[in-house]
Design a protein around this ligand. Structure first.
Ligand SMILES: Nc1ncnc2c1ncn2[C@@H]1O[C@H](COP(=O)(O)OP(=O)(O)OP(=O)(O)O)[C@@H](O)[C@H]1O
Ligand SMILES: CC(C)(CO)[C@@H](O)C(=O)[O-]
Ligand code: BAL
Length: 287
């Protein structure tokens, strides 16, 4: 039986107590930073399905300060706590874990968790310390929730790859699942930061998806990687107020240079639309 309504728990102790009698079935966990949207809803519904009627779905809503490399970005991150709980309830979440930063990080922090291979490229190169902050908080959350499974979105493709590596290298007994990117009708990837776009930039932002699709077509029919990167950057930077942070075509597994032209590839992009940084990606495969 689903235990509606959602239980909102904000302390580690209460979370441990609430989960104590739920360990006979699957516990499926979806970590988020709040300001939930349809992308998150899709992860939560998948979690409900995976957990089944007897299992337990836990979502965390925690804006983790440690993963922000930019104070302005943290300060302006949207927050919609009441709507978040409603969405959790609609999606069949059993427990929403909503700690505050002071209770998550008690005392001085002197442990860091740095992934040193996959983190060097893409967002890791332009957001120093970001993935160490993600690994730290996800590790803490995994220890608190002790789920059987956890679900992450492929919009944050590099994050998912790094967390898979963390789980493997540290022998964490949790199965990770990657969820497909959920988009607006015009192709823009759903993101909590989308609400911060100006009307002009919101109207222009579907160009990211359109140009990723054009780049896929070009690459898969023989255009070389450098030209694909260059054309994507030029197309986006033709939009007033847009600056491409990176546009990289990498090996989809190693996130480094393509091993062979036929390797599954990932074209990933991060671009500033004014002061809002958007990311997206597409998987490519040459015959
Ligand atoms: N459009 C989406 N499709 C699928 N998964 C998504 C989407 N947006 C976010 N997620 C996933 O939801 C989880 C929580 O993400 P988060 O709370 O950072 O939301 P977000 O919208 O990605 O925020 P932002 O883009 O502003 O960083 C992550 O696993 C993320 O990959
Ligand atoms: C995984 C995560 C919740 C850790 O804060 C965050 O990086 C996110 O929302 O993708
Ligand atoms: N969804 C990734 C978290 C971040 O941008 O900090």
């Amino acid at each position: 039986m689903y235990s509606f309504p959602v239980q909102n728990i904000s302390t580690k102790q209460a979370l441990r107590r609430a989960l104590a009698d739920k360990r006979s079935g699957r516990i499926v966990f979806v970590p988020t930073m709040g300001a939930l949207h349809e992308g998150h809803a899709s992860l939560l519904r998948q979690a409900r399905e995976l957990a089944g009627a007897e299992g337990c779905v836990v979502a965390s809503i925690f804006l983790n300060p440690v993963q922000f490399d930019n104070a302005g970005d943290l300060a302006s991150y949207p927050s919609t706590p009441e709507a978040d709980l409603k969405l959790c309830e609609t999606c069949g979440v059993d427990i929403a874990f909503t700690p505050d930063p002071a209770s998550m990080y008690e005392g001085d922090r002197s442990i860091s968790l740095e992934e040193t291979n996959l983190s060097t490229a893409l967002c890791g190169a332009t957001r120093p310390g970001h993935f160490a902050g993600v690994c730290l908080v996800v590790n803490k959350l995994f220890n608190l929730v002790q789920p059987t499974d956890a679900i992450f979105g492929k919009k944050d493709y590099q994050q998912l790859a790094i967390l898979r590596r963390m789980v493997r290298d540290l022998d964490i007994p949790i199965t990770l699942h990657g969820a497909e990117i959920v988009r607006e009708a015009d192709g823009l990837a759903r993101s909590s930061r989308n609400v911060r776009l100006t009307p002009e930039h919101r109207a222009a932002a579907p160009a990211i998806r359109q140009n990723l699709l054009a780049a896929k077509q070009a690459y898969e029919t023989g255009t070389n990687a450098d030209d694909v990167r260059r054309d994507l950057t030029a197309a986006l930077e033709a939009i007033p107020g847009v600056r491409v942070d990176y546009a990289e075509l990498v090996d989809a597994e190693t996130l480094h240079e393509l091993r062979t032209p036929a390797s599954p590839a990932l074209l990933a992009v991060a671009a500033w639309f004014g002061d809002v940084r958007l990311i997206d990606n597409i998987e490519l495969q040459r015959a």
